[in-house]
Write a protein that binds this ligand. Structure first.
Ligand SMILES: *Cc1c(COP(=O)(O)O)cnc(C)c1O
Ligand code: SF4
Length: 314
């Protein structure tokens, strides 16, 4: 904490900082370097700085907002959507995002051991309707190349799998993770590789990050972005337009704009649905259709991301 505030030339006394016992401050230097010095409201800083707001938990904000445990037939595997399964391959992230809906998730209890990994593979083989595997976590790029490639080898060997998708924040948080060995491995996959980066603000993509994204694109990876709509960080049209344009310049298309999952500790980031809809109409007016992400909410029992009804009038 002291190091972060020193780097940013900020004074601890002037900030509503909290020191949570678990899911504490975690942020790599590469990400800190993209923040504005002296700005306590920097949109990147706000994503990682634990504040006293987190202790306010209104009704309806819960530990497991998506009731994911209901769709967890075997350890490490979520099968909620018909044609794809999501694997939590690691509990670790390089960054702790204060809005994270998995911040209370018990990874220890849900990471497959090597034996359980075989159970995951067998489950997918037995589900011919599944053609896509999503590697998630935590952050799947937090795995070493050896462990990640081992997953890729196993998944590519499954006939019904045609697409492997990685949901990761590392290209914006620790871009050097995209090393030559990883690029080579992805280039040589039998499957389509999709990478969904999680980027919430244009400032997260500097020239260095863009270079790594371009390298991914060059080896044939389909690059998409998902964003969480966060009050005080990206809840206005100007910021969203800049984000879409910045992504596109780096070869990434906007995919989803999520309204916040109601997780305990993140209520202060939650944008009202009416405000989200208002913002969305502004984006439709300002951006080409291919740069407008889908505005969605994840509901516990729906087998898809649910589109927000933008025609609703309250
Ligand atoms: C978001 C999610 C997916 C992927 O959904 P897409 O609409 O294909 O991006 C798959 N499984 C689970 C459990 C998810 O939460
Ligand atoms: S990188 Fe993703 S999973 Fe990790 S803390 Fe951030 S939002 Fe949560």
């Amino acid at each position: 904490m002291d190091e972060l505030l020193d780097l940013l030339q900020l004074d601890q006394q002037s900030l509503p900082i909290a020191f949570p016992k678990r899911f504490g401050l975690r942020v790599p230097k590469d990400f800190v370097n993209k923040m504005q010095k002296g700005d306590a409201n920097d949109p990147l800083l706000r994503q990682v700085l634990p504040t006293v707001d987190e202790t306010i938990v209104p009704n309806g904000y819960v530990l497991d907002p998506l009731s994911e445990s209901h769709y967890n037939p075997i350890k490490g595997l979520l099968h909620k959507y018909e044609s794809r399964v999501l694997l939590t391959v690691t509990g670790a992230c390089a960054i702790h995002c204060r809005y994270c809906f998995r911040q209370h998730f018990d990874y220890g209890a849900n990471l497959p051991s090597s034996q359980e990994k075989q159970a995951v593979i067998d489950y997918i083989i037995c589900c011919p309707e599944v053609n896509e595997v999503i590697l998630s976590g935590g952050d799947p790029l937090n795995l070493s190349n050896r462990r990640l490639f081992d997953w890729l080898d196993c998944l590519e060997a499954i006939e019904n799998i045609s697409t492997i998708r990685l949901h990761t924040r590392l290209p914006v948080v620790l871009p050097a993770r995209i090393d030559e060995a990883l690029l080579n491995r992805l280039a040589n996959s039998r499957c389509q590789i999709v990478m969904v980066i999680h980027c919430n603000h244009a400032n997260e993509i500097d020239a260095n990050t863009q270079r790594y994204l371009e390298a991914l694109k060059q080896v044939g990876v389909t690059l998409l972005n998902q964003t969480v709509l966060l009050v005080g960080i990206n809840d206005n049209a100007e910021t969203q337009v800049a984000l879409s344009q910045r992504l596109f310049a780096a070869g990434v298309l906007p995919y989803y704009l999520h309204v916040l999952d109601k997780v305990a500790g993140a209520a202060h980031f939650d944008c009202s649905e009416a405000a989200a809809i208002e913002l969305y109409w502004q984006l439709l007016a300002k951006l080409p259709g291919y740069l407008v992400p889908k505005l969605v909410r994840e509901l516990p029992d729906k087998p898809y991301k649910t589109p927000i009804n933008i025609y609703k009038v309250d």
